[in-house]
Design a protein around this ligand. Structure first.
Ligand code: Y43
Ligand code: MG
Length: 201
C-alpha cells in the first residue's frame, strides 16, 4: 500500500469523528486537514453498506483535493432492530430541516427496542468502515466493530452521537462517560485504524 503522508484529507463533516481520527493518527506524524477546512461538499450517502459509503466519501475528497483522503462511515447496529439504524444512524438524528439531534435519535432507538419486547434484548454493536483513497484511483478499506449493550437513560457528556446509551462488553460506563483514551483502546474506529496502520506498515 502507498504512503499517506505528509498531508491527508479527513473526509468528514462530523467534528466528533474528526477529533477521534486526529487522536488516532497523532502518533504517526501525518498532517490532517478536515473536509470543512477545504470547503469540500458533503456527498450524498447512497451506498447500501458502510464500506460503500466510506469509499464514495473518500473517492470524492481525493478527486476534488488532489490529496490522499480518508473517510469514515460508521453507525450503531441494534440486534432487536435487525441492525438498524446501521447505515442510517446519522439520518435517524435529522429533522425535516436536516438538523441533527441525537437526543431524539437515542429516544427513537430506545422506543423501538422497548417495542420489540423483552426477549429481543439490548445487544448492539458499533461498526466503522475506513476508506483511504488516492488521487490516482486506488482505494483500500478496513472495518472495525465493538459489541456491547444499550442502556436507558443516556449517561455522560463525552464522546458524540449514540455514545451516551452504549456500554461496551466488559465495561460498566457508557462511551460518553469514559475518557477518550479509554474509548480509543476498544472502539470500532480504533479497530479499523489498527488494520489500516498494519496495512501501511
Ligand atoms: O463512535 C461513535 N459513537 C457514537 N455514535 C457514533 C459513533 N460512530 C458513529 N456514530 C453514529 C453517529 C454518526 O453521526 C453516525 C455516523 O454517520 P456517518 O454518515 O458515518 O457520519 P456523519 O454523517 O456524522 O459524518 P460524515 O459522513 O461527514 O463523516 O453514526
Ligand atoms: Mg454522513
Amino acid at each position: 500500500m502507498k504512503a499517506i503522508g505528509p498531508k491527508l484529507v479527513i473526509a468528514t463533516h462530523n467534528a466528533g469523528k474528526l477529533r477521534e481520527i486526529r487522536d488516532l493518527l497523532a502518533p504517526f506524524g501525518i498532517e490532517c486537514v478536515g473536509a470543512a477546512e477545504l470547503n469540500l461538499p458533503e456527498p450524498e450517502e447512497i451506498g447500501n453498506t458502510f464500506v460503500d459509503n466510506a469509499e464514495l466519501k473518500a473517492r470524492e475528497a481525493a478527486d476534488l483535493s488532489g490529496l490522499p483522503a480518508l473517510a469514515d462511515d460508521s453507525g450503531l447496529s441494534v440486534d432487536a432492530l435487525h441492525g438498524n439504524p446501521g447505515i442510517f444512524s446519522a439520518r435517524w438524528a435529522e429533522d425535516e430541516a436536516g438538523n441533527r439531534d441525537f437526543t431524539r435519535a437515542m429516544e427513537r432507538v430506545w422506543q423501538e427496542v422497548e417495542a420489540a419486547g423483552p426477549d429481543a434484548g439490548h445487544d448492539a454493536h458499533f461498526v466503522c468502515a475506513l476508506s483511504l483513497a488516492w488521487p490516482d484511483g486506488s482505494i483500500e478499506s478496513f472495518e472495525g466493530k465493538v459489541h456491547g449493550t444499550l442502556v436507558w437513560p443516556p449517561r455522560g457528556d463525552k464522546g458524540f452521537g449514540y455514545d451516551p446509551m452504549f456500554i461496551a462488553a466488559g465495561m460498566d460506563q457508557t462511551f460518553a462517560e469514559i475518557e477518550p483514551a479509554d474509548k480509543h483502546a476498544i472502539s470500532h474506529r480504533a479497530e479499523a485504524f489498527r488494520k489500516l496502520i498494519d496495512a501501511l506498515a
